[in-house]
Ligand binder design. Structure first.
Ligand SMILES: NC(=O)c1ccc[n+]([C@@H]2O[C@H](COP(=O)([O-])OP(=O)(O)OC[C@H]3O[C@@H](n4cnc5c(N)ncnc54)[C@H](OP(=O)(O)O)[C@@H]3O)[C@@H](O)[C@H]2O)c1
Length: 220
């Protein structure tokens, strides 16, 4: 496993330090590796980092590149500066996807939805605000990171398959409007705040249809 930091490696894991951005340590990391799984992700420079890894892996004779991307990478338009500021992550993932697909090496890419811990962290941060604007029709379907990791292992050990079906968790969640105009009581709104950490279940909360361009969640 390649990481920028040295740390204690788990049992059966050989840890090498290096950086995909500077190319330091990549050659040593891929030497002798037949299968290379690219999990590093950031919001900037991902194409270049993927290219550095892909080139080193190809030179080392890897026979399978596996990449983890994000659901929606090809559907979120990232054109303006504002788009880039908000959704640059998706553009970075799509750019890296293309590098892998154009590498000339057999490849597999899995797009996954947000992991639970990321959704939880985002919900907790949002819960600090008194009012949260939510794009109308917003839905999310987070997935367990362990299950994604297991799927990546399965794919890595299988035949290179190109872009495989998206992976998402079993439940779709919708943010709900709380407050008087949604018909939800103040007591329910307070309970709802406690439930932010457990996500918002479509079945448990039935907001009236969003009539406005933006729905608003009030949580206090
Ligand atoms: N989190 C999600 O909800 C989600 C959803 C779908 C797909 N994904 C994708 O799944 C992958 C893992 O996600 P995550 O949330 O676990 O990400 P993360 O916690 O940010 O981990 C990304 C890893 O990439 C490594 N990395 C970043 N830049 C690097 C560089 N220049 N050189 C070497 N290593 C570098 C980091 O390793 P060190 O810090 O140890 O160097 C870090 O461990 C990412 O590709 C992400 O885009 C994530």
């Amino acid at each position: 496993m390649l990481s920028r930091r040295s740390r204690e490696a788990g049992e059966g894991i050989e840890l090498l330090t290096g950086d995909l951005a500077t190319r330091e340590g990549i050659e040593a990391a891929v030497a002798g590796a037949e299968i290379v799984v690219h999990c590093a992700g950031s919001t900037k420079g991902d194409e270049e980092k993927a290219l550095n890894l892909v080139r080193a892996a190809s030179a080392a004779g890897a026979r399978h590149l596996v990449f983890i991307s994000v659901v929606g990478a090809d559907r979120i338009p990232v054109v303006s500066g504002v788009d880039r500021a908000m959704f640059g992550y998706f553009a970075a993932k799509l750019g890296a996807e293309r590098v892998v697909a154009d590498s000339g090496q057999p490849w597999t890419t899995l797009r996954a939805t947000q992991f639970h811990d990321l959704s939880l962290m985002t919900a907790r941060q949002m819960a600090r605000l008194p009012v949260i604007p939510v794009p109308s029709g917003f839905r999310f379907q987070p997935v367990d990171a362990g299950e994604v990791a297991a799927r990546l292992v399965e794919l890595a050990l299988g035949t290179p398959a190109g872009l495989v079906p998206d992976m998402a968790g079993p439940r779709v969640y919708v943010p709900v409007r709380t407050g008087h105009d949604s018909g939800i009581t103040d007591a329910a709104a307070r309970r709802h705040k406690h439930h932010m950490g457990a996500y918002l279940d479509e079945g448990a909360w039935t907001p009236w249809p969003f009539a406005l361009r933006y729905g608003v969640i009030e949580i206090r």
